[in-house]
Design a protein around this ligand. Structure first.
Ligand code: AMP
Length: 308
């Protein structure tokens, strides 16, 4: 199955306890695409400025990612600057410049229309909705967002949530979106807005999958927890969430059926891709993985939680 993804392609300036990098290739769609490309065909919809050239294109081309939906326009690409000096689990945003995304009107190439899965990566919910509306035939729609959009674009975000099967967000965002500090209650409130499945990411502590509950379902049927790999050094947490989403949705796309077991294994593949992403700055590590390395780490994750 193929995935179409819409989201930011960006330049990021990042500061972590390990060091600083200026204007490295980033963006939610970039991390997502690279991670998912190890599992299935990926097609991207985004806009870039004239500062995006052959060197950046080569990163997508090397992973066979379809770039026909990347529009090139005059101006500067999306720019984000953040740091993780106090807390490696949460970025502190210093600058967000939408630049060419401020006037973007996404168009879906005909070649993308038979995609079975759609991922609405982090970007203005108005753009997410426009892409969702143009792809009514997809089998599964998953999406992401962040505090930036929850804070000031709530009404538009609610429209996106209505059309989602799966929402992936981090725990602070889930609590912020629901206005409730209890995670289980917050999850229920978020699912009432649309998605029937919710993946809440807890940074270095793993991720929880919440299923829509029925009056009879037991707590163990409603939730599933995947760990994160305890790493000795986290070089750069940027993109961990998007890489988790790429592993999660990418793995689902590689499965013949979307069974409850497939969703649970997808949680582990999400954690695997997130753990690789943070080992180097920017997209460096995600660019040079192999499927064998990915599967070996998946087995490591299984051992981490195996009882007998
Ligand atoms: P994460 O996986 O949450 O660490 O996502 C990091 C990526 O999100 C960075 O590469 C940024 O370029 C991108 N990003 C940051 N803020 C926004 C925003 N408001 N909208 C879309 N993408 C963003």
């Amino acid at each position: 199955m193929a995935i179409t993804v819409v989201g930011s392609i960006a330049y990021d300036s990042i500061e972590t306890p390990v060091g600083r990098r200026e204007r490295c290739l980033g963006g939610a769609a970039t991390y997502f695409s690279l991670a998912a490309s190890y599992f299935c065909d990926v097609r991207v919809i985004a806009v870039v400025g004239d500062d995006f050239g052959s060197e950046q294109e080569a990163v997508f081309a090397a992973r066979n990612i379809d770039m026909r939906g990347i529009e090139h326009t005059a101006g500067k690409s999306f720019f984000w600057e953040g740091s993780y000096l106090d807390n490696l689990n949460e970025a502190k945003t210093h600058t967000t410049e939408l630049n060419v995304f401020a006037t973007f009107n996404p168009k879906i190439p005909n070649a993308y229309r038979d995609s079975e899965l759609l991922f609405l990566a982090n970007i203005d919910p108005v753009l997410q909705k426009r892409v969702r509306d143009q792809m009514p035939q997809v089998k599964l729609v998953a999406g992401d967002t962040m505090n930036y959009w929850i804070k000031d674009h709530r009404a538009a975000l609610y429209e996106v949530l209505k059309g989602l099967d799966v929402l992936l967000i981090n725990d602070t965002e889930a609590r912020m979106l629901a206005g409730n500090s209890n995670l289980v209650q917050a999850a229920r409130a978020v699912m009432a807005l649309g998605p029937r499945l919710l993946v809440v990411k807890h940074g270095e502590y793993g991720a929880t999958l919440f299923h829509e509950s029925t009056p009879k379902s037991k707590s163990a049927e409603r939730t599933f927890r995947a760990p994160a790999l305890p790493l000795e050094q986290v070089v750069d947490p940027t993109g961990a969430g998007d890489s988790f989403a790429g592993g999660f949705v990418g793995y689902l796309a590689s499965q013949p059926e979307l069974t409850p077991g497939a969703f649970r294994r997808a949680m582990f593949y999400g954690s695997v891709m997130g753990s690789f992403a943070v080992e180097r700055f920017g997209t460096e590590r995600l660019q040079q993985l192999s499927r064998a390395e990915i599967d070996a780490r998946f087995h490591l994750f299984r051992e981490l939680t195996h009882l007998d």
